[in-house]
Design a protein around this ligand. Sequence first.
Ligand SMILES: Nc1ncnc2c1ncn2[C@@H]1O[C@H](COP(=O)(O)OP(=O)(O)OP(=O)(O)O)[C@@H](O)[C@H]1O
Ligand SMILES: [Mg+2]
Length: 218
Amino acid sequence: MLRAESLCKTYGRGAKAVRALSEVSLSVDAGQFVLVRGASGCGKTTLLLTLGAMLAPDSGRVEVGGTDPYTLNDEARAGFRATRLGFVFQQFYLIPYLNVRENVACAAVKGTNGGGDGRVEELIARFGLEGRLEHRPAELSTGEKQRVALARALLNRPRLVLADEPTGNLDEANAQTVVKALKDYAREDGAAVLMVTHDPRWEAAADRIVCMEYGRVL
Ligand SMILES: Nc1ncnc2c1ncn2[C@@H]1O[C@H](COP(=O)(O)OP(=O)(O)OP(=O)(O)O)[C@@H](O)[C@H]1O
Ligand SMILES: [Mg+2]
């Protein structure tokens, strides 16, 4: 489902240059739940952005379901991200002036099944938010916000889900819910799921753990 070959990425130039990815190769099969681990600054977020069609590598190749998103023009790449990829971040990035239902539904893309067949309501109920449909993000708890973000990420049945420390701000119960949902999604929908975490508690749930150090996969 996901294949990355020899990815290199350097930020800045000259004395300020930081080599964030150095010859990173990685494959994740459909149905796999994979953790990415490593010290702060080792390149985890850079890797997810590069795999997620948001940051072109300087060299190397990314393929998601057989497509290299960096061969597409900007518009096609945006469509590719919206329909094939799901993102979950530590800071949620909900839209403040939309309520819960709208925050999930706004991810729907015309021509896909996103939002169709009552999927918005199904996901909202799956994450226990059916009593919060009209709430705005400022009226939600931290754990509720992340569950809204998760419902939004899964709306279009993405083939690849990228989660960057999604449990970083959550209490134990909500963190468990998020990890279980990501793992179940990989299993049941046959997606590839990659989750960055510093928390060793989730290692037992993973099919594989990718360890990074100084921009390299160990
Ligand atoms: N936009 C940028 N411009 C310049 N340098 C950057 C930029 N983004 C990240 N870096 C540098 O690249 C390296 C990798 O950063 P990255 O954010 O990928 O690390 P990380 O493993 O996600 O760290 P953390 O666990 O703290 O989130 C760091 O040394 C960082 O300082
Ligand atoms: Mg990071």
